[in-house]
Write a protein that binds this ligand. Structure first.
Ligand code: IYR
Length: 225
């Protein structure tokens, strides 16, 4: 027995097979053009674009529909500078040895280092937070479910939305990330930093490492049984 209200599914769109094929192919082509970039232009991006992309992320499926996430969109130069300062301090010790040799070797083809100028140059940083507790309604304090899965999907939606809108993106995960709660003025017991997404136009001389083009084949990533 259910006392939940259900609605008919009126917004599902079915496409003829040819169109379905076309849509699947063009979506693949569009996402294959998404590359993590580390050199951003300082050109402004209107806030309303970021708002739409965050709402796209927030449309993601989540455990019991609790939507266990919070997004802090940062364009303030002072806040970006503070994030850069903290992140670079962490990255310096990471690259100086905290990462361990195997990890540093894995990063070599990417050419990354402790300099994170893009954290100040890019017009937007979006800090994604996950919430262990919450619920659907404002002020709820219930257990959230599948928090990492849910926030991971939402972050994927966010990256896809930003790319689809025509922006360059980078995922950034300094370790530990707790400084983000403080800088973003979030209660670290409620909002756990999950990932930082850098968004903006690529710089004219932005590059991607050869490594980035080496995507696994269908045979490597999938089995059909
Ligand atoms: N957070 C560091 C290191 C880093 C780690 C991985 I795994 C990457 O794919 C890229 C970078 C940094 O941002 O440099």
């Amino acid at each position: 027995m259910t006392n939940e209200v259900h609605h008919p599914l009126t917004d599902f769109v079915e496409y003829p097979l040819d169109e379905m094929r076309f849509r699947a192919e063009t979506n693949l082509a569009e996402l294959r053009r998404r590359h993590s970039i580390r050199k951003f232009s300082d050109r402004a991006v209107p806030r309303e674009i970021i708002e739409h992309c965050i709402l796209t992320a927030a449309s993601a499926p989540s455990g019991a529909n609790h939507q266990p996430w919070h997004f802090v969109a940062i364009s303030s130069p002072e806040v970006k500078a503070a994030i850069r300062r903290e992140a670079e301090a962490l990255e310096q010790s990471f690259y100086a040895g905290r990462a361990g040799q195997e990890w540093l070797d894995a990063l070599k083809p990417l050419g990354t280092n402790a300099n994170k100028a893009y954290l100040e140059t890019a017009p937007w940083l979006i800090a994604v937070f996950s919430q262990k507790r919450g619920g659907v309604a404002e002020g709820d304090d219930k257990t959230n479910y599948y928090v990492h899965e849910s926030v991971g999907i939402a972050t994927g939606f966010l990256i896809q939305a930003l790319h689809h809108a025509g922006l360059g993106t980078l995922t950034h995960t300094p370790k530990p990330m707790s400084f983000l709660s403080k800088i973003c003025d979030r209660d670290n017991d409620v909002d756990r930093p999950y990932m930082l997404i850098v968004a903006g136009y690529p710089a004219e001389d932005a590059t991607i490492p050869d490594h980035a083009l080496k995507k696994k084949t269908l045979e490597q990533v999938a089995s059909f049984i």
